[in-house]
Write a protein that binds this ligand. Structure first.
Ligand code: MLT
Length: 309
């Protein structure tokens, strides 16, 4: 082990969030990062490196010094990206060292309040007829919101008019103000807006209803074949020494046990992984499986990697 690894961390840690501030990845990063920083005795400073569906932030991590002082929080889009982007400058399979899994949760399909359908029953037939006229916001190709919009379109046999943002934080602002019609966002940031009557929930993408949104049906309940669970994990660059990764994993575990963190997750309809999945190995296993899963399912849907800037 290099001598410096023993005194890690020796300075503040940069935590890259690959989407805009105010979105679900940003919310999870600040919550978990703040707790980890206290455990490690160094500040964890969130840096929003948004763009290209989360691949700009991933690129930043791939070229960072592998000393544990630069980390990335990312979700399943990191694993889906090779099936969508033909011009990634890093090899997704080898560029990152998984530190640990964080949370898993559903997406919520929501509409602006001015949209005519008031519930799922009215929404799905309306969407089938009006899809091309309806704008659906997302956070770039391969983001959760984009994949949800694609899966929804496939389930209904229609194509919505997509509008890309640098994260669902700004996309949600435009949904609330009525600039876009629809957004399928993570429960983390959708639930508070729904509870505050700022937007209307049509369906959740989990197989069961959420305790925090008991009146919102699942997409399946509404006869629409849409199921999606998203997950976040923490990454360091490849080549980061194992003792540093272990120390980071320990700090992450402490955050995932914290009652305040757990309460915040619960109230947002998302959950930490079971403790048996908190190892670095479990994260690596899931990550590799998801790379293969998204490659197969996107290829089967006729979607091929494109050069995206
Ligand atoms: C965000 O934080 O903006 C989201 O994680 C983007 C997404 O993948 O939908």
């Amino acid at each position: 082990m290099p001598a410096w690894a023993q005194s890690f961390p020796s300075k503040p840690i940069a935590l890259i969030v690959p989407f805009a501030a105010g979105g679900p990845s940003d919310v999870i990063a600040r919550l978990v990062g703040d707790h980890m920083g206290r455990t490690l005795g160094q500040q964890i400073l969130v840096e929003n490196v948004a763009g290209a569906g989360g691949t700009a932030g991933a690129r930043r991590l791939a070229s960072a010094e592998p000393d544990g002082h630069t980390l990335l929080i990312h979700h399943l889009a990191l694993a889906a990206a090779p099936a969508l982007y033909g011009n990634l400058t890093y090899d997704t399979r080898t560029a990152f060292a998984p530190v640990g899994l964080i949370n898993a949760g559903p997406m919520v399909l929501a509409g602006k309040l001015a949209l005519p359908p008031v519930d799922a029953k009215a929404f799905f037939p309306y969407a089938k007829l009006q899809a091309e006229k309806l704008t659906i916001a997302h956070a770039g190709i391969g983001s959760n919101a984009h994949l949800c919009a694609v899966l929804l379109g496939q389930a209904l046999g229609v194509k919505f008019t997509q509008v890309a943002y640098r994260g669902t934080g700004p996309a949600m602002n435009d949904l609330v103000s009525g600039q876009v019609d629809l957004l399928c966002d993570q429960s983390t940031t959708a639930v508070p807006q729904i509870q505050g009557d700022k937007i209307r929930a049509y369906a959740v993408t989990s197989l069961q209803r959420l305790d925090v949104l008991p009146n919102t049906p699942t997409a399946r309940e509404s006869g629409t074949d849409l199921e999606m669970t998203i997950w976040h994990g923490l990454y360091a660059p490849k080549g980061t020494p194992a003792p540093v990764l272990d120390k980071l994993n320990g700090a992450l575990r402490a955050a995932l046990k914290d009652p305040t963190v757990l309460e915040r997750f619960k109230s947002a309809g998302t959950q930490v992984f079971p403790e048996s999945d908190w190892t670095r190995e479990a994260h690596a296993k899931r990550f590799n499986a998801e790379i293969a899963k998204w490659a197969a399912s996107l290829q089967a849907a006729g979607i091929t990697p494109q050069n995206v800037n």
